[in-house]
Design a protein around this ligand. Structure first.
Ligand code: 3PG
Ligand code: CO
Length: 542
């Protein structure tokens, strides 16, 4: 118990209700027509900057400031919420996989030895996101793993890919599939029977999260495991090109397809004795498939056939569920997170978001661990997201509902910390629909207002920040910052996150007069000073 005791903060008063608001995908960028936050009416967020600039600043939310391999890595919700929730930076999945592949340690680990049992008589299946986005997976890691597996004796390999268009430009899928095809043909020349077996768009096939829509995972299961899909092609490049001809098609939502041989039979259903590796390092959008692959008792959809396989994740995705039980690389050990400290110090927490971001303020916040630390001290409320739509058609999402739940929790006096995630800037930003993203940003701003009004009423404190950028820049730009056009002269819409810093504002009647941010820690990041030295907190000082 004593190991968890926290000393009182020298400046911040005790016993005040604190609201911690994370605006998902809300960065700071040049104010032009492609900055949806600038275009949108956002009086609340604007007021922090203009009326209390000493309590507003920018912090880093990408690259090494959040534990990613390089400064070219944009931030994302997993690493952002991990950093916020733990107050520390960890070498993240992307980095750990890079080192395990570079050192070759991955091949000596328990997970690889486990899947190796299939190499004599079975097939090695690799399932995951095919892009260089670096958020859930990376193409270069897949290629290294393919090479390594072949060297380690895999004789028959099948790749089942998900096209991206969300962490990378829409339309880039074709190039990634071509690169993969080339690599597999090199392996074939070396005598390995290596082929693509199936595919589909990440948001329509496999990569759902937080159990929002199991149909997404089922579509993937049917194609990957059963070898059944509405579309059949002889080649994956042809498949992606053909399916993209539909004017409404995009990489994120391509329908599932399987690759068939000359007799029309699928080339890679999963069979008894095979191995499966889900090669995404990020957890949220692989956990559902991991459950379908691993659990004997499973009732989320009819799996029809459950092959006896050797299954390993690239990482273990859930530290609490120990899911999957076999994995190629050990995940970051994100321990002693703020949530755990709070329950040990008698601080009562309320956490809320809608389904598509619910795990961000619970699972990611708590270091990729599902469930509460202490049910008596914590209440987690999930507001069901709309299912089966792209959020540009409902850009307000559940912002109002989340804000009202937070308001009620604040006014109830039952909680000391209220933390929420407002998804709009991110989820609508990812659709690439600029008009809708403007509406989304306004809705998120209104939600912030509802929450800080409640904090005013109870004499509390608020901290408003974001996990990474997205809505503040919706176009790909050249080095000078000018919007880039594609070959046909069309504006290149940026559906992904950005490298931009995010704002943080602190306020409320509970703060002592004179509280301000330190201005001598320019490298401040989501967790702390991004140089990761043992600097004192950069956040408060009076
Ligand atoms: C997604 O999974 O939706 C994107 O790849 C990343 O978005 P997030 O990091 O904001 O969840
Ligand atoms: Co996002």
């Amino acid at each position: 118990q004593n190991a968890w005791k926290l000393a009182d903060h020298p400046k911040l008063p005790k016993g005040k209700t604190i609201a911690m608001v994370v605006l998902d995908g809300w960065g700071e960028a040049r104010p032009d027509e492609y900055n949806c936050i600038h275009v949108a009416d956002t009086p609340t967020m604007d007021s922090f900057k203009t009326t209390a600039p000493e309590k507003w600043r920018l912090i880093k939310a990408h690259g090494s400031a959040v534990g990613l391999p390089s400064e070219d890595d944009m931030g994302n919700s997993e690493v952002g919420h991990n950093a916020l929730g733990a107050g520390r930076i960890f070498a993240q999945g992307a980095k750990l996989v890079d080192s395990a592949l570079a050192s070759g340690k991955i091949y000596g680990g328990e997970g690889f030895k486990y899947i190796k049992q299939s190499f004599d008589n079975g097939t090695l299946h690799l399932i995951g996101l095919l892009s260089d986005g670096g958020v859930h997976s990376r193409l270069d890691q897949l290629l290294l793993l393919l090479k390594g597996a072949a060297e380690q004796g895999a004789k028959r390999i099948r790749v089942h890919f998900l096209t991206d268009g969300r962490d990378v430009l829409d339309g880039s899928s074709v190039g990634f599939v071509e690169t993969l095809e080339k690599d597999l043909s090199n392996l074939r020349e070396k005598g390995v029977d290596a082929q693509i077996a199936s595919g589909g768009g990440r948001m329509y096939v496999t990569m759902d999260r937080y159990e929002n829509d199991w149909n997404v995972v089922k579509r993937g299961w049917d194609a990957q495991v059963l070898g059944e899909a509405p579309y059949k092609f002889r080649s994956a490049v042809e498949a992606v090109k053909k399916l993209r001809e539909d004017p409404k098609a995009n990489d994120q939502y391509l329908p599932p397809f399987v690759i068939v041989d000359e007799s029309g039979n699928p080339v890679g259903p999963v069979k008894d004795g095979d191995a499966v590796v889900t090669f995404n390092f990020r957890a949220d959008r692989m956990t559902m498939l991991a459950k379908a692959l691993e659990y004997a008792d499973f009732d989320k959809f009819d799996r029809v056939r459950v092959p006896k396989i050797y299954y390993a994740g690239m990482l273990q995705y859930d530290g609490e569920l120990k899911l999957p039980s076999h994995y190629l690389v050990s995940p970051p050990e994100i321990e002693r997170t703020s949530g755990e400290y709070l329950v040990h110090n008698g601080v009562r927490t309320f956490a809320c978001s809608e389904t598509v971001k619910f795990g961000h303020v619970t699972f990611f916040w708590n270091g990729n661990r599902s469930g509460c630390f202490n049910e008596e001290m914590e209440e987690y409320v999930e507001i069901p997201s709309d299912v089966g739509i792209t959020f540009n058609v409902q850009p307000k999402m559940k912002a109002l509902e989340i804000a009202e739940k937070a308001r009620d929790a604040i006014l109830s006096g039952k909680f000391d910390q209220i933390r929420v995630n407002l998804p709009n800037g991110d989820m609508v930003g990812h659709t690439g629909d600029i008009e809708a993203t403007v509406v989304a940003c306004k809705a998120a701003d209104e939600a912030v207002k509802t929450i800080i009004d409640a904090i005013e009423q109870v004499g509390g404190i608020y901290v408003i920040t974001a996990d990474h950028g997205n809505a503040e820049d919706m176009v790909k730009r050249d080095k000078s910052g000018a919007p880039q056009l594609d070959k046909s002269g069309k504006l290149q819409i940026l559906t992904s996150h950005t490298l931009k810093p995010v704002p943080i504002a602190i306020g409320g009647p509970g703060l002592k007069a004179g509280t301000r941010f330190r201005n001598d820690v320019p490298t401040g990041g989501l967790a702390k000073c991004s140089c990761n030295r043992d600097e004192p907190s950069w956040i408060y000082c009076s």
